[in-house]
Design a protein around this ligand. Structure first.
Ligand code: COA
Length: 155
């Protein structure tokens, strides 16, 4: 399966002129791996990615000709806690409003499902904070809140 999808994805640049459609769905394991690679992020063991696909509470893909050129996953409990994870637009489609459309859809999902005082969080890449501020996210640390923290599991 991976080989066939990999071959399909090599033709990405040939569909640049096609309309970008938003589809509410989880990105497949291979789409996640390919998009993470495309923006230079570290990748995971494909078997682990396969196992994790259904763990998200919400997903949106930006598709061109049925191929994901952008994605967002939201993990959490679907009511009180939402973590916006893996916001990626393929470099060939960046700067065209695709990321904003993906985040608009994520925030619609949150507005429809979050309870009062639900926690909605993400960690911005360095220099990407301004992309998220229009959606109401605050830079940390701020009054009453310390820094976000993270750890990558290395074993
Ligand atoms: C960050 C990313 C998702 C933005 O997607 P995009 O499709 O290129 O962004 P858009 O074209 O939809 O831009 C939407 C708005 O955000 C602004 N914006 C985009 N990147 C920005 C940045 N780094 N800082 C501030 N504003 C930014 C755009 O200027 C645009 O503003 P406008 O609505 O006033 O015109 C995309 O560049 C990407 O995938 N980067 C690599 C992976 C990554 O870093 N993901 C984010 C992890 S936190």
């Amino acid at each position: 399966m991976h080989t066939r999808e990999s071959e399909r994805n090599d033709s990405l640049s040939t569909v640049l002129d096609t309309e970008v459609l938003l589809v509410d769905r989880h990105p497949t394991a291979w789409e996640r791996i390919r998009l993470r690679r495309a923006v230079g992020w570290r990748t995971h063991d494909p078997a682990a990615v396969e196992e994790s696909v259904d763990g998200a509470v919400f997903g949106v893909c930006a598709e061109v000709g049925g191929q994901a050129v952008g994605m967002v996953r939201v993990v959490g409990d679907g009511r009180t806690c939402f973590y916006v994870h893996e916001v990626i637009v393929h470099p060939e489609y960046q700067g065209m409003g695709v990321g904003r459309r993906l985040m608009d859809r994520v925030m619609e999902h949150v507005a429809e499902n979050a309870c009062r005082n639900a926690f909605v969080a993400l960690i911005a890449e360095e220099g990407k904070e301004g992309f998220y501020e229009p959606f109401g996210f605050l830079r940390l640390p701020c009054d009453g809140h310390g820094s976000g923290m993270e750890r990558y599991w290395e074993r």
